[in-house]
Write a new protein. Structure first.
Length: 74
């Protein structure tokens, strides 16, 4: 029976593998689940960085005189 979710094979350096293994043991989860959770967290951080860059660009072009009032939007 094929796996429900796609699989990824990853090669880690021994120190990195050992660190992930310790985290998995600490949290009482499998190595696979720990790697999945760490990848999710890394993607969230990357998204936060991208959104922060986008917001900074928008802030530079913001003009209060052109902004809509709350009552105009809602």
């Amino acid at each position: 029976m094929p796996a429900k979710n796609p699989r990824v094979n990853v090669v880690l350096e021994k120190p990195l593998y050992n660190s992930v293994e310790r985290l998995a043991e600490r949290d009482g989860v499998s190595l696979s689940l720990k790697v999945r959770d760490l990848v999710k967290e890394a993607l969230e951080i990357e998204e936060d960085i991208a959104l922060a860059v986008f917001a900074e660009k928008r802030e530079k072009t913001f003009r209060k005189t052109k902004a809509l009032k709350h009552s105009e939007v809602w």
